[in-house]
Design a protein around this ligand. Structure first.
Ligand code: ZN
Length: 204
């Protein structure tokens, strides 16, 4: 496993001006709701929300792509590599409330491989922005496909959406599943191997 952390999570905060603007709009919402902004519990809420958004939407500040290093496939490994049950948290672009769950990411290498810790990095990069689950799934598989030029890649995301559970039809516990595929994973037997690895309980 490669432990080089080539995405820093600390040096890309939003500018003070951006934070101030976000806080001002949050204050406007609280005010429009008729809340008493002198209530001690609300006094700092605008700034807290602004700082929280800066952290949750970090993926917007890091540039357009995750900065990850790939390595030559010197072992000529040609079988499936899978990271499963990778947790993530994101924000629904339609409602600005969280959706969260797990992703399962697999690829079959060609000439380049990825450090194992980087699957989670890539997922987090695309999760930390106002997002759609379908787009998150596609962006992760497309990044792998573009960076590694693998034989194939597949991403499955399983998530709960608070915009579904807290409002409207209120389907508590409903899980939305999305998948995205490239290359050899279009073959049924490769997808079956993916599902077999996914279903296997780790004896660790
Ligand atoms: Zn939503």
């Amino acid at each position: 496993m490669n432990e080089l952390d080539d995405i820093s999570l600390d040096d890309t905060d939003f500018s003070p001006d951006q934070l101030e603007r976000i806080a001002g709009h949050v204050r406007g919402i609280l005010d429009a709701l008729g809340l008493d902004l002198t209530d001690p519990n609300l006094a700092e809420t605008d700034r807290r929300v602004a700082r929280m958004y800066a952290e949750m939407f970090h993926g917007l500040k890091e540039g357009t792509r995750p900065q990850v290093t790939t390595f030559p496939n010197e072992e000529k490994y040609k079988a499936m590599v899978m990271e499963k049950e990778i947790p993530f948290y994101s924000m629904c672009a339609h409602h600005l409330v969280p959706f969260y769950g797990h992703a399962h990411i697999a690829y079959i290498p060609n000439d380049r491989i990825l450090g194992l810790s980087k699957f989670a990095r890539i997922l987090e990069f695309y999760a930390r922005r106002p997002q759609l689950q379908e787009r998150l799934t596609e962006q992760v598989v497309e990044f792998l496909n573009h960076e590694l030029r693998p034989q194939g890649a597949m991403v499955v995301v399983e998530a709960r959406h608070l915009c579904v559970e807290m409002r409207g039809v209120k389907k508590a516990g409903a899980v939305t599943v999305t998948s995205a595929i490239r290359g050899s994973f279009y073959k049924k037997e490769i997808r079956e191997e993916f599902l077999d690895l996914l279903g296997r309980r780790a004896a660790l």
